[in-house]
Design a protein around this ligand. Structure first.
Ligand SMILES: *[C@@H]1O[C@H](CO)[C@@H](O)[C@H](O)[C@H]1NC(C)=O
Ligand SMILES: *[C@@H]1O[C@H](CO)[C@@H](O)[C@H](O)[C@H]1NC(C)=O
Ligand SMILES: *[C@@H]1O[C@H](CO)[C@@H](O)[C@H](O)[C@H]1NC(C)=O
Ligand SMILES: *[C@@H]1O[C@H](CO)[C@@H](O)[C@H](O)[C@H]1NC(C)=O
Length: 341
């Protein structure tokens, strides 16, 4: 009786390990598919890092809310020669939507006017794509680019869930076309930016360029929203962790050019999430580079009622229409900080 039981057990084990051995290959590929889909911040398998991306595996299992990346997006509009004859102290990368011409013109005439400043400042608007090269907006954008030479555009769809791709395009541009720049700032086209304060009171052109430097409005201890009703809904399949690492708010973060290269490189290896600013935190987490804490109150992600003296002591404030920006600037730039202490 006992013997027969052991014989059956032995036979069963033999069969079990035989089956296991037979399916070993299939099983490991199943595990890799699973980890690709579910562990956002896990590094991608090495062979997938090389462009062009193997589009039969990665996009096939990609969650629809995960921006496709890495992916060989093409520049539809580019300014590849902008840094041929100059080494900007500051590259300003401004995200916005294609149809926001008024906002771009207001920035060109106010804080984005390169000739205002005593250091080399380079302005670029970062844009996505509406899907058709013969679209009227696209044709007008090409005209605008010819007139101002300050637009970069890649062929990813210009949607809010793809905002991360816009920032990645900016750091890709600095990395590939302007690597000798000292610093860059990523901001948005509804912001007020005090370039003089940023340059002279924070970055200091007279000092050596910092390394591994990134600063802005620091955000800590936030969590992804798991509720579909929210604008920034982030499913666990796209980002499994329940908290975000510390990051710099997307309304304005400044980084040394070496950081552009580092963030660009690490982005080729990790899952990209649609929350643009939280993504810089994930890059920093992977790079083991903490953001630098700025002096209090200079980076603001909220609206502040214009006040000349206050605005001469901050770097960013949020949510201004192009008309507001123009009238604020009139006062801010002509009167400078006269009457302020
Ligand atoms: C990627 O997709 C394109 C178009 O869909 C196809 O022609 C190409 O063979 C694909 N490449 C790979 C590696 O699957
Ligand atoms: C930028 O500033 C310069 C001089 O400071 C001025 O001549 C020029 O008109 C300004 N550009 C715009 C678009 O306002
Ligand atoms: C992001 O852009 C890609 C590439 O153009 C597009 O396929 C995808 O649908 C966009 N994703 C979202 C969520 O808009
Ligand atoms: C996510 O959680 C894992 C497991 O605790 C951890 O190893 C990893 O560093 C976390 N990633 C981020 C971006 O916080």
């Amino acid at each position: 009786m006992v013997n027969r039981r052991y014989t059956l057990l032995a036979l069963f084990l033999l069969f079990f390990f035989g089956v296991l051995y037979h399916f070993q290959n299939q099983k490991s590929s199943l595990i890799s598919i699973f980890s690709q889909t579910h562990f956002t911040t896990t590094k991608l398998p090495k062979k997938e890092n090389q462009r062009p991306v193997n589009n039969q595996t990665y996009p096939a299992f990609r969650h629809p809310l995960a921006p496709p990346y890495p992916y060989p997006y093409e520049f539809l509009i580019n300014q590849p020669d902008k840094c041929k004859d100059r080494t900007p102290f500051l590259v300003i990368l401004i995200s916005g939507r294609l149809n926001e011409l008024e906002a771009r013109n207001a920035i060109r005439a106010t804080w984005g006017n390169e000739s205002n400043y005593d250091v080399d400042v380079l302005r670029l608007f970062s844009l996505g794509f509406l899907g058709s090269v013969s679209d009227r907006t696209q044709l007008m954008l090409e005209e605008e680019s010819k007139a101002f030479g300050d637009i970069i555009q890649q062929d990813f769809m210009d949607t809010s869930y793809n905002l991360t791709l816009k920032s990645l395009m900016g750091i890709e541009w600095v990395t590939k076309f302007c690597p000798k720049a000292s610093y860059a700032i990523k901001t948005d086209n509804d912001m007020f930016l005090n370039v003089d304060y940023l340059v002279h009171k924070l970055l200091h052109p007279e000092l050596p360029v910092r390394q591994n430097y990134i600063t802005g409005l620091i955000v800590s201890g936030t969590a992804p929203s798991r509720n579909k009703a929210y604008k920034y809904y982030l499913p666990t399949e796209v980002y499994p962790n329940n908290t975000f690492p510390t990051y710099c708010a997307g309304s304005g973060y400044v980084f040394s050019a070496d950081m552009a290269q580092k963030m660009y490189d690490i982005s080729q290896e990790i899952r990209v999430i649609p929350i643009e600013d939280a993504f810089n935190g994930i890059c920093l987490h992977e790079l083991h580079i903490p953001p630098t804490i700025p002096p209090q109150g200079i980076f603001n992600g909220h609206h502040i009622q214009y006040n000349r003296c206050q605005f001469h002591k901050l770097i960013t404030a949020h949510q201004y229409t192009s008309d507001q920006l123009r009238s604020m600037w009139q006062d801010f730039w002509t009167l400078k900080s006269s009457g302020c202490t």
